[in-house]
Structures are given as structure tokens and as C-alpha cells.
Unconditional design. Structure first.
Length: 84
């Protein structure tokens, strides 16, 4: 997969210099950093995400039928999350 990353000119210059010193490529450096970042992130199931957002089970405001109003509940939960 190809990924485009925009860097400030000074940061790009420093990255190129560091890669030359280490005799590696920018792609290898970025791939390694992404690999480390992903390894630190816990793998979460879609069920756990939905539970965290509070869209699983009956909801008093939806008349008890969460399945029928899942879109509305999900939008509400996402809006509340992004207001923080």
C-alpha cells in the first residue's frame, strides 16, 4: 500500500539526514513507527466499541427497542463524544 505523508520542509530535511546516517529508507522508518503505534493500540471488537458508546441493549429514551433506533443512538453517542 502506498501512503502519502505531508511533512514540513525542515522535518523532511531532518528525516532524510537521519535516514542517510542510518542507511535506511524513509519508508522503512515510517513503516516501523506505524507498526509500533499499532502494537500499542489494544485490539477492540465492534461489540466493545458499541458498548463503550452505549448503543447496546434497551434504552429508556428509545422506547426499549434499541435495534429500531440504533442510528439515532449512535449519532447521539458520537456527538456527545466529540463535544468533549
Amino acid at each position: 500500500m502506498t501512503l502519502t505523508v505531508r511533512l514540513e520542509p525542515e522535518l523532511e530535511r531532518r528525516l532524510e539526514a537521519a535516514c542517510k546516517r542510518r542507511r535506511t529508507t524513509k519508508s522503512e522508518v515510517v513503516s516501523g513507527l506505524v507498526r509500533e503505534f499499532v502494537a500499542r493500540e489494544p485490539e477492540v471488537s465492534s461489540y466493545e466499541v458499541a458498548a463503550r458508546l452505549g448503543v447496546i441493549g434497551a434504552d429508556a429514551t428509545s422506547g426499549g427497542d434499541t435495534a429500531a433506533s440504533a442510528k439515532k443512538l449512535l449519532r447521539r453517542a458520537l456527538r456527545a463524544k466529540h463535544r468533549r
